[in-house]
Design a protein around this ligand. Structure first.
Ligand code: PLP
Length: 341
């Protein structure tokens, strides 16, 4: 049996999703005339209680567009040193926006209001870059799927208000946080100026992210998306997949979380595993005890059993559960992991 746990992005559309895509009514979305994209953007805006939304071909473009709209060249944003926008978006913050990052060493990718306040440059000290944006990730990717306490996000909002900073949420896996914590999307829409969410991860769509914000913000984002080359024509086929996912694929994320937690529990009992980070959602990050097993040996062990996972650098390994990781794959994986020392 082949088991692919490299990411939840490997998920493929279900038959129901494919049917919805095939029967979508489409038009030219660059002229704003694709009814399915329009309906999808409306749905996501409503979900968050925001005025407007915009569909993007990738989460990277969604975040980069939000950063571009919130900042001017020469300014600085504040984020955790694990942030996807800093580590995995190709240097886009400096390339696209001419903005630098003040990196905070948070806990598992999460920062506090005190850390944010201490990282703000005094606005009248013109020698240092002007701080204009705070960026948060929930759940954290490099932080192992960790979820914020909502109260901390509220405290950071208060700091942003006090210092006149914009507040953006990279919510690529916000679905997972909301399901794991029993939260709702409106409370996030209320708190942040802009939010990006991914449909192509745990929700199983082939493509797509959405940014929500005020009407004025989304109007500016539309121009930036055009500049980035992200205008799509009959994108309604993809939007139909997104609508289907909203209706059918959110609640089942809890199953992915349950499986991840079981994997984490098994790994934690093994002497060949040095450390397993707390599993809160669908990501398991762990480190080997290299006195027991080398990374090379461990990789061969997984290879021999047709199990694929990913290395995160610094000796950290990652497994991500997802909707295409079936119950029988899970049983098989557990039985293989049981064989470790
Ligand atoms: C996946 C991801 C993104 C977007 O990545 P794309 O591959 O461009 O869709 C953004 N932020 C986080 C935290 C992610 O995990």
């Amino acid at each position: 049996m082949e088991v692919n746990l490299i990411s939840d992005t490997i998920t493929r559309p279900t038959q129901g999703m494919l049917d919805a895509m095939m029967s979508a009514t489409v038009g030219d979305d660059v002229f704003k005339e694709d009814p399915t994209v329009n309906e999808f953007e409306e749905r996501v805006a409503q979900l968050f209680g925001k005025e407007a939304a915009l569909f993007f071909p990738s989460g990277t473009m969604a975040n980069q567009t939000a950063i571009k709209v919130h900042t001017q060249p020469g300014e600085q944003l504040i984020c955790d040193h694990f942030a996807h926008i800093f580590n995995y978006e190709g240097g886009g913050i400096s390339f696209n926006s001419g903005v630098s990052c003040k990196l905070i060493e948070g806990t598992r990718g999460m920062i506090t209001a005190e850390q944010v306040e201490a990282a703000i440059n005094p606005p009248d000290f013109y020698h240092s870059p002007l701080t204009s944006l705070v960026e948060i990730e929930n759940t954290t990717n490099k932080g192992g799927g960790a979820c914020y306490d909502f109260s901390e996000l509220q405290r950071i909002r208060a700091v942003c208000d006090k210092h006149n900073l914009s507040y953006h949420l990279d919510g690529a896996r916000l679905w997972n946080a909301v399901v794991a914590k029993g939260e709702n999307f409106l409370q996030y829409g209320n708190l942040f100026d802009s939010i990006s969410v991914c449909f192509s991860k745990g929700l199983g769509c082939p493509v797509g992210s959405v940014v929500v914000g005020s009407k004025d913000f989304i109007h500016k984002a539309l121009r930036v998306r055009k500049i980035f080359g992200g205008g799509m024509r009959q994108a309604g086929y993809f939007a139909a997949a997104g609508i289907y996912a909203l209706d059918n694929h959110i609640e089942s994320l809890a199953i992915d979380h349950q499986k991840a937690s079981e994997i984490g529990a098994i790994l934690a009992t093994k002497s060949s595993i040095q450390k397993v980070e707390q599993v809160e959602t669908n990501i398991v990050i762990f480190e080997l005890n290299t006195e027991c097993i080398s990374e090379q040996k461990f990789n061969k062990f997984l290879d021999d059993h047709q199990i694929r996972i990913i290395a995160m650098g610094g000796g950290k390994l990652r497994m991500v559960t997802h909707r295409d990781y079936t119950d029988s794959m899970h049983e098989y994986l557990i039985s293989v992991l049981e064989r470790l020392d």
